[in-house]
Design a protein around this ligand. Structure first.
Ligand code: ASC
Length: 149
């Protein structure tokens, strides 16, 4: 019980603190967001392989992967704190020059992967394929505008 309460307190703190205060150093924020993107990319890629017919459709695997993508999609953006545009990063300065546009892109992606998660739970390959395509467009457009090649 005590542990559970502590965990809840830690979660509350983590989500209410200003993003910068959650990272001791700029590199930590960069590593955090890259880690989140890497996890999302790995699981999104497994869905993509099914959507593109490279591996047979497996409803359970699709649902499991979509669940991870939907959850992790909410994490990386806390790592885009001020002062983290330099160093080991492909993040473009536009992220901090056009923050509203960047946030709108993030929200669109999160909405589309939430829909992908619903589609994957249906077990219907055509729905998964369609939702995957819409979600992938949001990844690409944000990378085009805000990530160096
Ligand atoms: C991925 C991945 C991306 C996106 C993008 C979609 O699996 O790592 O960056 O999908 O390629 O167009």
């Amino acid at each position: 019980m005590k542990v559970r309460l502590l965990c809840l307190a830690a979660l509350g703190l983590a989500t209410s603190l200003p993003a910068a205060a959650q990272f001791a150093k700029p590199e930590d924020a960069i590593k955090y967001r890259q880690g989140g993107m890497a996890v999302m990319g790995a699981h999104f890629g497994r869905l993509g392989a099914m959507a593109q017919g490279k591996v047979p459709f497996d409803a359970k695997a699709a649902a499991d992967n979509a669940e991870v993508v939907a959850f992790v999609s909410r994490l990386p953006f806390a790592g885009f704190v001020e002062g983290t545009d330099k160093g080991n990063t492909k993040a473009k300065p536009e992220i901090w020059k056009e923050p509203d546009k960047f946030k709108a892109n993030a929200s669109r992606m999160q909405e589309e992967v939430a829909k992908l998660n619903v589609a994957a739970k249906s077990g219907n390959p055509d729905q998964v394929k369609a939702a995957f395509g819409e979600a992938a467009k949001t990844c690409k457009s944000c990378h085009d505008d805000f990530r160096e090649k």
